[in-house]
Design a protein. Structure first.
Length: 303
């Protein structure tokens, strides 16, 4: 069960634009503008994050595709901080590991059932956990750089999931411990900041760059270093490239990765309209080396 949850969350380590015809419009698109996180009070925004991973170990192919949908509702807004309600709206996962196949979707719980599984199987447990996460909410406070300064209410999620699954005693305690190891406040903060904490909060023009550093949490901890560069403006949107590295070298496990991608962001709200990111990872453990390729796409919209 813990292995399945780990694979599901491995994603923690796991868009050109047309040219202009006139000098006047060209000047308009390249004029300096402030790029910051600026979601509007009372509005709701939704992100869809799709993650895929392909890995081969000793001839055994592993393929994982996971999608998470969540909404952000601005409930309070002051000069420097935005208080938002985060709601998980849908989770999907497809996994092929050797002879094991999973195809889970919280919007289609009937498809999740495996006729060969009983109620205590890993598939059944994971399906129940995913279904229990759907609709759960917590609060965050975010500044204009997209940095999360506070996250509250997440500690109640694991208990509510245990209650909704009607688990008791040792089984409930085990589920809570496994859930908290992967789905805790710090790991969730890291996942959200990968989407949100990307803004320089200053005037930018074509060619400007800025950097961000993240520390991942969970079973595998490591450092991310990312560099963002403004490529083009198109009306109210800006196209940005990103390059970065990831590394973890502790506990006889070495992981080194490269990240490349492109984003399109609304200059008005800071909404990430689209992001396309490729990950190339080399993992060394027990004297063996494994290559992993991953891809992350993000689509955002105002509801």
């Amino acid at each position: 069960m813990k292995k399945v949850l780990y694979l599901f969350m491995f994603s923690g380590i796991c868009a050109g634009l047309m040219s202009l015809e006139s000098c006047q419009s060209s000047k308009k698109l390249t004029a300096p503008k402030i790029l910051k996180f600026n979601f509007e009070n009372g509005k709701v925004y939704e992100y869809e994050i799709n993650q895929s991973m392909n890995q081969e170990i000793m001839g055994m192919q592993t393929k994982i595709n996971a999608s998470t949908f969540f909404s952000l509702e601005v409930v309070e807004n002051d000069d420097s901080l935005k208080t938002m309600r985060v709601t998980y709206s849908r989770i999907k996962m497809k996994m092929d590991v050797s002879s094991m196949h999973l195809d889970l979707d919280t919007d289609n719980p009937k498809q999740n059932a495996d006729k060969n599984d009983d109620d205590s199987s890993p598939t059944d447990k994971l399906s129940k956990i995913m279904s229990s996460i759907k609709g759960k909410q917590f609060m965050i406070k975010v500044n204009h750089e997209g940095k999360i300064l506070a996250l509250t209410g997440f500690d109640k999620i694991s208990k509510s999931i245990s209650d909704s699954m009607k688990l008791k005693g040792e089984e409930a305690q085990q589920m809570t411990e496994e859930f908290n190891q992967q789905f805790n406040g710090e790991s969730t903060r890291f996942q959200l900041e990968n989407v949100l904490n990307i803004y320089p909060n200053k005037v930018v023009k074509v060619g400007d760059s800025w950097e961000r550093n993240f520390t991942s949490t969970g079973l595998i901890q490591g450092m991310y270093h990312l560099k963002y560069t403004v490529k083009k403006f198109d009306g109210d949107n800006v196209s940005i490239s990103q390059v970065g590295i990831f590394n973890h070298n502790e506990d006889e496990l070495g992981i080194n990765g490269k990240i490349t991608g492109d984003l399109v962001i609304s200059m008005k709200s800071g909404l990430v309209i689209s992001e396309d990111k490729d990950l190339t990872i080399t993992m060394e453990t027990g004297g063996q080396t494994f290559d992993i390729k991953g891809k992350v796409t993000i689509n955002g919209k105002e509801l």
